[in-house]
Design a protein around this ligand. Structure first.
Ligand code: MLT
Length: 385
């Protein structure tokens, strides 16, 4: 292969979801099959305990900020953080039926209609600043929890999100910690994950920031993508119901083998790129082990982690028999006191919109020496059926 040839496409690569086919550069993050996610060269495990705003600064500026720089960035976001009354009122007219991810995509479109200014960079910063309020308003409305509390961005990014939610369960310090962790882990996952790719594809036609993000969120809503965190939790709950709280490793192994024999899905394993346990999952497993080890769902999730991988590894056709991030995040949210699985994917979206918005700014305003990438237009080969 010539030195600058990155990838040779053969017919084998057609209809494989463009697996491994390079499409451009990503300036925010990378996913290595054996190391997993890094943001701007920093492994995710090293960033997981940081304040979300510090990590957003890193992704947005492509370098760590000093305390002062991050403080200024935070003040700028805080100034932008309040949605207009029109946006909030319109979100409260959305149907309460359907999955909340549909509502979240709708809420982003509404924000664009009421507040979009048609400048990718400004809209990126505005939307990042207002995402907690947009998501909280949508969840409060969809759940029937009422208007919620007014935004107080000075509380902190995820602290304010929790503050605005009018949830009936107590808002404990543990829940805030878990929400901060969840947010940081989900900001970005290189340029080719489905929602990011869709968002950038839509923006390449010069759709505005909010419309592109809304499209990205409809991509995230699918069960093979963001919705997997809700589905995995339901799987863990089902296993707990079937085996009981005192399940042993042998019970879980037996159950997994039975499911595989019956061609049933074992949720939470495998990834299109990764060939090791997702380091985001490792961080969450460690967190759960430290803080919630006695929780029945956590006990089951831990057994699934070890037994699932052991059994799946026996099948040489399975290229990634290891847990992905969704295997544990739903369980962690439940254990932390957020027992609302319908909103787990909205939490994913609240976080992921940050990375997508920053990647859209790069592709529209910086790529190719500032010309931006052209409209996406891959080639499909005609064949008769
Ligand atoms: C993600 O975080 O987007 C998922 O792990 C899916 C992916 O990377 O393709």
């Amino acid at each position: 292969m010539k030195e600058d040839v990155l990838f040779e496409i053969t017919k084998e690569h057609l209809e494989t979801g463009l697996r491994g086919v390079p499409a451009g550069y990503c300036v925010t993050s990378a996913v290595d099959p054996n190391q997993g996610l890094s943001y701007v060269g920093h492994p995710i495990r090293e960033l997981s305990a940081r304040d979300p705003i510090e990590v957003i600064y890193l992704l947005y500026h492509g370098k760590n900020g000093t305390k002062e720089q991050v403080g200024q960035f935070q003040s700028d976001l805080n100034r932008r953080a309040i949605c207009t009354k029109e946006t909030l009122a319109a979100i409260h007219t959305l149907p309460r039926t359907g999955h909340p991810m549909d509502g979240f995509a709708g809420a982003l479109l509404i924000a664009g209609m009421c507040e979009g200014i048609g400048n990718y960079r400004e809209d990126c910063l505005n939307v990042i600043a207002r995402l907690p309020q947009i998501a909280a308003a949508l969840i409060n409305h969809h759940a029937g929890w009422g208007a919620g509390n007014p935004s107080k961005p000075e509380l902190g990014y995820m602290e304010n999100f929790i503050h605005m939610l009018h949830m009936p369960h107590p808002k404990t310090p543990e829940l805030i910690q878990v929400m901060r962790l969840f947010d940081v882990l989900h900001f970005d996952h290189d340029g080719g994950n489905l929602s990011t790719f869709v968002g950038k594809a839509v923006a390449s036609g010069l759709e505005n920031m909010h419309g592109s993000l809304a499209a990205a969120m409809t991509a995230l809503a699918g069960s093979r993508h963001g919705r997997a965190n809700q589905d995995c939790l339901e799987f863990v709950q089902g296993v707990l119901k079937e085996t009981g709280e005192l399940a042993t490793a042998a019970d879980i192994e037996r159950l997994i083998r039975k499911k595989l024999q019956n061609d049933e899905l074992v949720y939470g394993f495998g990834h299109a790129v990764l060939r090791v346990e997702d380091p985001r999952a490792t961080v969450c497993y460690q967190y759960c082990q430290k803080h919630f080890s006695a929780h029945p769902l956590v006990k089951i999730a831990m057994l699934l982690r070890s037994e699932g991988s052991r059994v799946l590894k026996e099948n040489p056709k399975i290229s990634d028999p290891y847990p992905n991030v969704d295997a544990i995040t739903g369980t962690m949210l439940m254990a932390a006191g957020f027992p609302y699985p319908d909103y787990f994917t909205v939490l994913f979206g609240l976080s992921r919109c940050v990375g997508i918005a920053i990647q859209i700014v790069y592709e529209r305003l910086e790529a190719r020496g500032g010309k931006g990438t052209p409209i996406m237009r891959p080639n499909y080969l005609y064949k008769s059926r």
